[in-house]
Design a protein around this ligand. Structure first.
Ligand code: ATP
Ligand code: MG
Length: 400
């Protein structure tokens, strides 16, 4: 019996003129992943992408391929299905062979059929009736419940073949990766920023990341942790460049010259200024952060305004209205949580003020900032940039 993967479009269906661009991106994402796994035929028809293993070996890797398909943005549903000839006796035979395993543990079901091939001799209700009867033949303890079934057995008569399955699982949703342009994610080792990156990637933003370190106040392991977080995100993005920039000298200069209460705010303005430069270099149309309103002293309305006032491109803060619990739920779902909570220091926790300003006056911040040569320090930090390409498949590559 031949098993295939059906990937069903989400919002992409609604796209008018851009639809073919969106489809091309999704297909490319699937093909790049498939190439790493085995030999698959991938094609689309009627708002569904079909993935067919082409040999025995690839057939055995269908779990792996399904996992990959579930990480491609743009698909709302990913379904494993048995494929067969468009013939009702074949469909019933395959139902009897394929479905028992899928409905194990359920007590009630209903069969549904869909015909996009209108030349098929049976109507949809007739097909559903035959398929339902086949299920009852091999699972006599199952009961039909047309109104509240625990599970639905589907038969789909498509252009090429017929498919039998027991319902779809969730896909990654969103819109195709890269279809919204590029953004620079400020990636710390915390819980929030990887989630922010994931959320914008899901809305089609290709992610470039920047991480600030403060070696030797922060350790090599802290940096490794950030690269591990990036690696987890590449399950969705395939690859991600992480720029690592040292803030050590800036932090020491701030410590030695500026009012401690303003320390975090000043540092955040430096981080923003350096990020803007890198955003420009890499053609990023927005900066992305994991800030959530009121979460810490530097994330009050006024404190955010202090860093925002520097930005000459939009700053996306997808978590701004979310509670920590909601953020954690997503971080668990995407698999970053366990890494995020590893206890390594972040540059923001080096020399933290005892009494950070939560309602800073911008004039006072600027007066403190003017005690140092802001632009020179930004240039100096920018020159420490090291860029690392993190890939889902294969080792990291250090660039230039
Ligand atoms: P996170 O969990 O993402 O670390 P946080 O709640 O600890 O966030 P802050 O430390 O105030 O909050 O940081 C706010 C945002 O600033 C982060 O979400 C991230 O986007 C950015 N940021 C903080 N530290 C760094 C860093 N070392 N490198 C890059 N970006 C950072
Ligand atoms: Mg943090």
């Amino acid at each position: 019996m031949k098993e295939v993967i059906l990937c069903k479009y989400g919002e992409v269906i609604l796209k008018g003129a851009n639809r073919s661009d969106f489809e091309a991106r999704m297909m490319k994402q699937l093909r790049q992943r498939a190439r790493r796994i085995g030999n698959f035929n991938i094609f689309y028809a009627q708002s569904t992408v079909f993935i067919e293993p082409l040999d025995e070996e690839s057939m055995e890797k269908i779990d792996e391929m399904t996992y990959q398909a579930k990480h491609v943005f743009g698909f709302v549903g990913v379904t494993r299905a048995a494929a067969c000839r468009k013939d009702i006796s074949e469909i019933c035979r395959v139902t009897k062979e394929y479905i028992p395993e899928k409905i194990k543990g359920f007590k009630t079901f209903k069969a549904e059929a869909k015909r996009s091939d209108k030349t098929f001799p049976l109507s949809s209700p007739e097909i559903a009736g035959e398929v339902g009867a086949s299920v009852l033949e091999v699972a006599p303890n199952m009961k039909v419940d047309l109104y509240h079934p625990e599970i639905i057995v589907h038969a789909e008569i498509r252009e090429k073949e017929a498919y039998v399955h027991a319902g779809q699982e969730k896909g990654a949703g969103g819109i195709p990766y890269g279809s919204s342009g590029r953004g620079l994610l400020m990636l710390s080792g915390g819980i929030d920023s990887p989630v922010a990156g994931f959320m914008m990637a899901k809305r089609g933003v290709q992610i470039e990341a920047i991480h600030f370190e403060s070696f030797p106040y922060t350790s090599e392991r802290a940096k490794e942790k950030v690269l591990s977080l990036a690696k987890i995100l590449t399950e969705y993005t395939m690859r991600m460049r992480v720029h690592v920039v040292s803030l050590t000298h800036i932090q020491e200069m701030l410590r030695d010259n500026c009012d401690e209460d303003y320390f975090t705010l000043l540092l955040r303005r430096y981080m923003m200024a350096i990020s803007l430069k890198i955003a420009k270099d890499y053609d990023c149309g927005a900066i992305i952060t994991g800030e959530s309103l009121g979460q810490v002293a530097s994330q009050t309305m006024k404190a955010i305004a202090v860093t925002d006032s520097m930005a000459n491109i939009p700053v996306y803060r997808p978590l701004i209205g979310m509670d920590k619990e909601e953020i954690i739920e997503i971080s668990r779902k995407i698999g970053t949580f366990d890494t995020s909570v590893l206890p390594y220091e972040d540059c923001c926790t080096v020399f933290t003020p005892r009494h950070p300003r939560t309602r800073p006056e911008i004039e006072k911040v600027i007066a403190e900032e003017n005690k140092l040569d802001f632009n020179a320090l930004v240039e100096e930090a920018y020159a420490t940039k090291q860029s690392i390409v993190v890939k889902q498949f294969g080792d990291n590559i250090v660039e230039g």
